[in-house]
Design a protein around this ligand. Structure first.
Ligand SMILES: C[S@@+](CC[C@H](N)C(=O)[O-])C[C@H]1O[C@@H](n2cnc3c(N)ncnc32)[C@H](O)[C@@H]1O
Length: 277
C-alpha cells in the first residue's frame, strides 16, 4: 500500500500516541505523520507503527541530545551572560548538549573561518536541520545585517533559537520545518545553505531526499557535511563512504567543489550555477 492510501484517522492515532510521551511532545506532527504513513504502509498494526516511529525519531532526532533538553535552563544561561568571551563559553556549554555541535567544538575556532571566511557578500544563511548550530553565530563572522534562517523539527528548540537570534540582534528567524516535505520556501535565493551532517539522517527517512533538496534549494553556495565518526565514536571508513555518496549526489551537476577535512566532520562546499552568474 502507498503511504498516501493509509486512512488519515489511523495515521492520526499513531501521531497522537507518539506526541503523548514527553520525549516527542514538541516534535513536528507533520514529520511524525510522514513516518507513521511509511510504517503503516508496510502493513504494520498501529501499535507496531507507534513503536517503529518512536524508534526512528530516536535515531534521527532524540539520540543527538545528551539527556532530556532543558531549553528553559539553556535560555536562562545564555540570557544571564554578558561579554563576548563569557557568552562564547556559555554557547559552548549549551552546544555540548547536542552531539552534533559537541563534536564540532574542538574545531570551532577554525571551522567557520575556513568554510565561510573567504565568501564575500553573504547576506542570507539558511541552516537546515540546524540542531543547536545557530549558537555558533559568534564564530561565523557574518555581517550584523545578514539574515539567518534556521529550521529543524522541534518546536521548543526552535523557540529557543528564535529567542537567541533576537538576543544576538541577528535578523532572521527560527522555524519548524520537516524537510521530508521539501526545502523551505525563501522569497529570494539564499547566499549560503548549511546542510551540516543532515544527509545521512534524512536519507534514513527517504532515500531520495538529499537529491531532491539539491534540486530544490535556491542557494549560491551549499555547505554539506558528513560525520567522520558514528555517534558511538567508531570511524570505520565513514569519510570514504560519505565522499562516494557526495560524488553520486554531484553526478550531472557541474558545480565547483571544495573539500575541507576536520577531525570530526568532512565538509563539501558547492558553488552552484547561480554563483557563476
Ligand atoms: C546530525 S544532526 C545535525 C545538526 C546540525 N546540523 C549540526 O550539524 O550541528 C541532524 C539534525 O537533523 C534534524 N532532522 C532530522 N530529521 C529532519 C527532518 N525530516 N526535517 C528537518 N530536520 C530534521 C534533527 O532534528 C537534527 O537536529
Amino acid at each position: 500500500m502507498a503511504p498516501a492510501d493509509i486512512a488519515p484517522e489511523t495515521v492520526g492515532e499513531v501521531v497522537a500516541a507518539v506526541l503523548q510521551g514527553a520525549k516527542y511532545a514538541s516534535v513536528d506532527a507533520a514529520l511524525i505523520a510522514a513516518l507513521a504513513s511509511q510504517e503503516l504502509a508496510k502493513g504494520r498494526k498501529p501499535k507496531d507503527a507507534i513503536k517503529e516511529v518512536k524508534s526512528r525519531l530516536h535515531q534521527s532526532v532524540a539520540a543527538y541530545h545528551a539527556g532530556r533538553p532543558d531549553f528553559a535552563a539553556w535560555r536562562e544561561r545564555l540570557a544571564q551572560t554578558t561579554g563576548d568571551e563569557p557568552l562564547r563559553a556559555a554557547c559552548r556549554e549549551v552546544m555540548a548538549m547536542h552531539h552534533s555541535t559537541r563534536e564540532r567544538l574542538p574545531s570551532l575556532d577554525t571551522f567557520y573561518a575556513t568554510v565561510l571566511g573567504d565568501l564575500s557578500g553573504v547576506r542570507t544563511v539558511l541552516d537546515l536541520g540546524c540542531g543547536l548550530n545557530p549558537l555558533a553565530l559568534p564564530w561565523m563572522g557574518l555581517p550584523a545585517t545578514a539574515t539567518y534562517l534556521a529550521c529543524d523539527v522541534d518546536h521548543a528548540q526552535m523557540a529557543l533559537l528564535g529567542w537567541w537570534l533576537d538576543f544576538q540582534q541577528q535578523p532572521g528567524r527560527a522555524f519548524v520545518c520537516n524537510l521530508l516535505d521539501g526545502a523551505p520556501h525563501t522569497e529570494d535565493p539564499v547566499d549560503v545553505a548549511l546542510l551540516l551532517k543532515i544527509v545521512p539522517c534524512l536519507e534514513q527517512q527517504d532515500r531520495r531526499l538529499a537529491e531532491r533538496l539539491l534540486d530544490q534549494l535556491n542557494a549560491r553556495v551549499l555547505v554539506i557535511s558528513f560525520p567522520a565518526q558514528s555517534l558511538g565514536g567508531r570511524r570505520k571508513g565513514m569519510v570514504d563512504t560519505y565522499a562516494r555518496r557526495m560524488d553520486e549526489l554531484l553526478a550531472g551537476r557541474p558545480w565547483r567543489v571544495d573539500r575541507f577535512d576536520f577531525p570530526s566532520e568532512v565538509v563539501f562546499r558547492l558553488f552552484t550555477e547561480q554563483a557563476h552568474e
